[in-house]
Ligand binder design. Sequence first.
Ligand code: ZN
Length: 197
Amino acid sequence: MADVYGHPDSGHEVILSFDDGPHLKYTPELLDLLKKESLHAMFFVCGERVAAAGGRDIVRRAAAEGHIIGNHSYSHPQLTKLTADQVRSEIQRTHDLIAEFEPAQKLCRPPFGAHNGMVDGILQELGYRVVLWNVDPEDWKAVNKPSKWIDVAMDQISHRSHTLFLCHDIQQTTVENLPQLLARIRALPNPQFVKYA
Ligand SMILES: [Zn+2]
């Protein structure tokens, strides 16, 4: 199965993605860091956080600074447990909040990565492409805080030539320790941070 991920010795392409935001404090801190590091990431946002006071301004800033804004539902349910109408509402309500910031090819990451034929059909109908990930360090788990998630992540990233990295900008310990992760990725052979396309 090694070919699925290419040959890591030839280099490491990494796409960064952040789910569950925006967070009023940590997301702006993360945007400051990404700007300083000249990096672009994907942000899969939850509608209820976008709708909260100050939320939309943060999404606007992220889009203006070149980050990709994606739809992570409104209230972060497991979409496969909802009715079709509820799924449509979860996606549409968030779309209505972020439409002006979304790329031409709208992107959706279903919460927990949970999707099925019903969910896929609705996303397709609404013009969304599903974007999952292949590296997940579970940065939200207590056992992986404050910075063990970085070791977990590097163990996966170092074995892959292409990484679509998932973490969470609502986690203080993730945003605070992200510089360590970036430094360790940059220490790999031929590291390259790339934008999702
Ligand atoms: Zn999520």
